[in-house]
Design a protein around this ligand. Structure first.
Ligand code: MG
Ligand code: ZN
Length: 367
């Protein structure tokens, strides 16, 4: 027995010694770790962002678009459980739970059964989690990661879900749904009791450097870029990344360019371009962090295309295309998926929107 264990022991010792040398080399090296699986995921959703919207922005930026830096690119099919054309609630539920559901439903199946979300799974596994948006935080896309409701429009029913999951950082608008409610509850007081730092403007947000953050920067939705939103989404995303990345176990966060969709619903070319360029700046912030960190997967996609946006004019005015819209609603077309970092190669080819959930879960948790 003794002989066998010594025979096993000596190669084992060599392996341990070798690994410790490798580890020391890595620790002393300024280049980021090379890993196969991400510790962190930054998931960016450009609501309503199709290929024509991206190409308009690419044209204006003379190819210097952050989205153009991705090498791993695919498409996903956006249809929902009952409809060829999805809405944002069913679209975000596909990403957050891996299930196609009815339009209007948030993280429940077609029978209204609660579905666990990737954000809730991340919380259970000890990761930090975050939601950063430029709409009310109770709006469909962020809500599908934390709330389980069959009516996306009932913001006052959605808000209390932020007390049920211990999301570490959430930033957006929608203060009124927490503090000025028909039922007279003040949800912000309840958040404070759960150790959240309540933040109401960007200056206050800059001053917070760690811990849990509930930032409600507007009563309802923030304005559009043309309406003066400024770099609210960029500053909020940078802050969330710097706070969430303090967790050694990793983090999952969703950042939404919420108003690309609204610009397209309004068939406003200029508003759309403002929103696209803002969203691309935020993609750049995520990519910069991922490049220096080395253990972060960045995935950028849309829930669906909005407006049937088409570049049908053969001229540019000051380098700017004037796209035309074919509908005030959403369309059924595939939308692109861009990935960078460990696991990025998983996001190539044509996939279902629900596959994005399963890929995230496999990469983060191994199943
Ligand atoms: Mg949305
Ligand atoms: Zn929409």
């Amino acid at each position: 027995m003794k002989k066998i264990s010594i025979q096993f022991l000596s190669p084992l010792l060599i392996i341990i010694l070798f690994n410790s040398i490798i580890f020391q080399l890595q620790a002393g090296s300024p280049t980021p770790k090379k890993v196969n699986k991400p510790k962190n995921i930054i998931f960016l959703i450009g609501d309503g962002m199709g290929t024509a919207q991206i190409y308009a922005a690419l044209t204006i930026k003379k190819d210097k678009l952050n989205i153009a830096k991705f090498k791993h690119i695919g498409f996903h099919k956006t249809y929902s459980a009952k409809d060829y054309i999805t809405d944002s609630a069913a679209g975000a539920t596909a990403f957050s739970t891996g299930h196609k559901t009815k339009n209007g439903y948030l993280a429940v199946d077609t029978n209204k059964k609660v579905l666990p979300t990737i954000l809730e799974l991340a919380e259970q596994k000890g990761l930090s989690t975050g939601l950063v948006v430029c709409c009310a935080i109770t709006h469909a896309t962020p809500a599908a990661f934390i709330a389980h409701e069959s009516d996306r429009n009932d913001y006052e029913d959605i808000a209390p879900w932020f007390l049920k999951t211990d999301v570490d950082v959430f930033i957006g608008g929608g203060k009124q749904y927490f503090e000025n409610r028909k039922d007279k509850r003040n949800l912000s007081d309840s958040l404070r009791k759960r150790n959240y730092q309540l933040v109401y403007d960007l200056n206050q947000l800059q001053a917070v450097t760690k811990g849990k953050i509930a930032a409600m920067l507007y009563q309802d939705h923030p304005p559009s870029m043309l309406g003066g939103r400024g770099d609210m989404l960029g500053k909020s995303s940078s802050k969330a990344i710097s706070v969430l990345s303090q967790n050694k176990k990793g983090f999952f966060m969703m950042i939404e360019g919420s108003q690309i969709d609204w610009a397209c619903h309004n068939n406003s070319n200029d508003t759309l371009i403002g929103e696209m360029l803002d969203f691309d700046d935020v993609v750049g912030i995520a990519l910069d962090f991922a490049k220096s960190n080395g253990e972060t997967l960045v995935v950028v996609t849309a829930d669906h295309e909005t407006g049937g946006y088409a570049l049908t004019e053969n001229t540019l005015t000051d380098g700017k295309p004037s796209g035309k819209f074919n509908t005030k609603g959403h369309t059924a077309v595939m939308v692109p998926v861009f990935a960078y970092g460990p696991g990025a190669e998983e996001f190539m080819g044509i996939m279902e929107n629900t596959d994005i959930f399963f890929k995230f879960r496999k990469l983060l948790f191994g199943y």
